[in-house]
Design a binder for this molecule. Structure first.
Ligand code: BG6
Length: 478
């Protein structure tokens, strides 16, 4: 059960969750910069203006902006072959609408990529990871506005040309399928014009979300096509938040419901991005949701011409679905589901399911037959900083070990797996709650929920463990 010799071991981050420096060197506000802190029980809010005296966790985050050299050196010490990060759109185009890019923003990523190169680390760049310019929310309700396609193309052209010799692997939209769920309104589709309040209470319009998704599909396909034509060395990928679900019972009603749910939440977006066309079930889905997609001539052709080279996804948990209204509910990444009696859950209620990863890898590969990469996976947990500065996170090692074992099983099953970048390789701000206390990293950052902390970095036990895993190409998981 060997992984390929060039397996891309690494870690994953997103600019809005770790860079900080939210208004430095000409940067504009992204939709994430308008989100306050929150907690597991007290939801974070999105606001239309920056409220004085309110904590906005992305504003400082863990200040990677001023710590990137030391942080990348630590990644190199673990043996990273690959580092997934996003470019903060508003560092390059502060409102998204400028004609020319912000040179200071471009210089920052030059320095980051040069530093990666020094250590032989391959950057994997997410072009849009919950960092839509807030000015575009105000102008056109985010991606509901078709004009976003052109602004996105302009942004991509600038970064492709600037980093053509430094970056080979690109992902267009992080977890693009977030837009199929109401939780996607704020961070993903930006369909929150004029709304202030808890992020899960945004007035939801499936029409706006699905229209926004259509615009994202067209934008993604346009830039993939452009990259293929102009930068043949680039590899262009999609990125899906994979929410594996099982029917809670073998009642055929639950089976069919699960099939529909898997299509709506997981397959809808990647069927378009990998196969280059809307799936056969799309028409019925739109009808059931009361949605009518406005398309322009040429849209369907561009979807065909801009299909991705590889498929990437996040995988944290699984859940169950049923039509039984009395089944017990559980939390999860972006969506809620039903409790699976065979699984335990994290402190945030996400059900831990390593075998579900093998199942998922097989399902995706059978469907598309293009290389896959797990670009997010990990355990959000409370860590304890001991007096001597150590952090004993054996629970995280167990979680990762069990998932890597199942990845290897999937490879043995025949899946073509390119790499693995666990989420939040260095502690960062939680996307769903805005907390620091929900930690994923191999590296502990002394930063706390109230915004205080020295920002010192410390190695957790998992740091040395992961170093050994990478050094043995996944052979030694003990
Ligand atoms: C994914 C996102 O949904 O899950 C990340 O791409 C996010 O941005 C990660 O941080 C983990 O979720 P959370 O809510 O625990 O931060």
């Amino acid at each position: 059960m060997s992984l390929r010799p060039d397996f891309l071991w690494g870690g994953a981050t997103a600019a809005n969750q770790f860079e900080g420096a939210w208004d430095v060197d000409g940067k504009g506000a992204s939709v994430s910069d308008m989100c306050t802190n929150g907690s597991h029980t007290n939801p974070k809010r999105v606001t239309t203006t920056i409220e004085p005296g309110t904590l906005y966790p992305s504003h400082e985050a863990i200040d990677f902006y001023h710590h990137y050299e030391g942080d990348i050196a630590l990644f190199a010490e673990m043996g990273f072959k690959c580092f997934r990060l996003s470019i903060n759109w508003t560092r390059i185009f502060p409102t998204g609408m400028e004609k020319e890019p912000n040179e200071k923003g471009l210089e920052f990523y030059d320095k980051v990529f040069d530093c990666c190169k020094k250590y032989g680390i391959e950057p994997l760049v997410t072009i849009s990871h919950y960092e839509l310019p807030y000015a575009l929310v105000e102008k056109c309700n985010g991606w509901e506005g078709r004009e976003c396609i052109e602004y996105f193309e302009n942004y991509c052209k600038a970064i492709f040309e600037r980093y053509k010799d430094k970056v080979k692997y690109w992902l267009t939209f992080n977890e693009i399928n977030s837009g199929t769920m109401p939780m996607g309104n704020v961070l993903s589709t930006g369909t929150v014009k004029g709304y202030s309040g808890p992020i899960m209470d945004v007035p939801d319009s499936p029409q706006a979300r699905y229209q926004a998704l259509h615009h994202q599909f067209v934008a993604s396909a346009k830039v993939v096509k452009y990259a293929h034509e102009n930068y043949p060395q680039f590899k262009m990928g999609n990125m899906i938040c994979f929410i594996t679900s099982y029917p809670l019972t073998c009642n055929p009603d639950d089976m069919v419901y699960n099939q529909q749910s898997m299509r709506e939440k997981n397959w809808y977006c990647s069927d378009v991005q990998v196969r280059g066309e809307y799936p056969a079930y799309a028409k019925r889905l739109w009808k059931d949701l009361g949605v009518e997609i406005k398309m322009e001539p040429g849209d369907l052709e561009i979807l065909k011409e801009g299909t991705v080279d590889f498929y990437t996804f996040s995988y944290y948990m699984s859940n169950c679905v049923t039509l039984d209204p009395n089944a017990e509910k559980v939390e999860g990444n972006i969506s809620m589901g039903m409790k699976n009696p065979y699984l335990k859950a994290s402190d945030w209620g996400w059900q831990i399911d390593p075998k579900g990863l093998r199942y998922t890898l097989n399902e995706i590969y059978d469907r598309y037959r293009i290389p896959l990469m797990v670009v997010e996976n990990g355990l959000g947990a409370y860590d304890k900083l001991e007096e001597d500065g150590s952090i004993h996170d054996s629970y995280r090692i167990d979680y990762l070990r069990e998932h890597i074992e199942q990845m290897k099983e999937a490879v043995e099953d025949g899946v073509d797996l390119m790499g693995y970048t666990p989420w939040g390789c260095i502690d960062l701000v939680s996307a769903s709650t805005g907390e620091m206390a929900k930690r994923y990293g191999f590296i502990y950052v002394e930063k706390y929920d109230d915004g205080t902390g020295s920002l010192n970095r410390r190695k957790k036990d998992s740091f040395e463990w992961y170093k050994k895993v990478i050094a043995t190409n996944g052979e030694d998981l003990a």
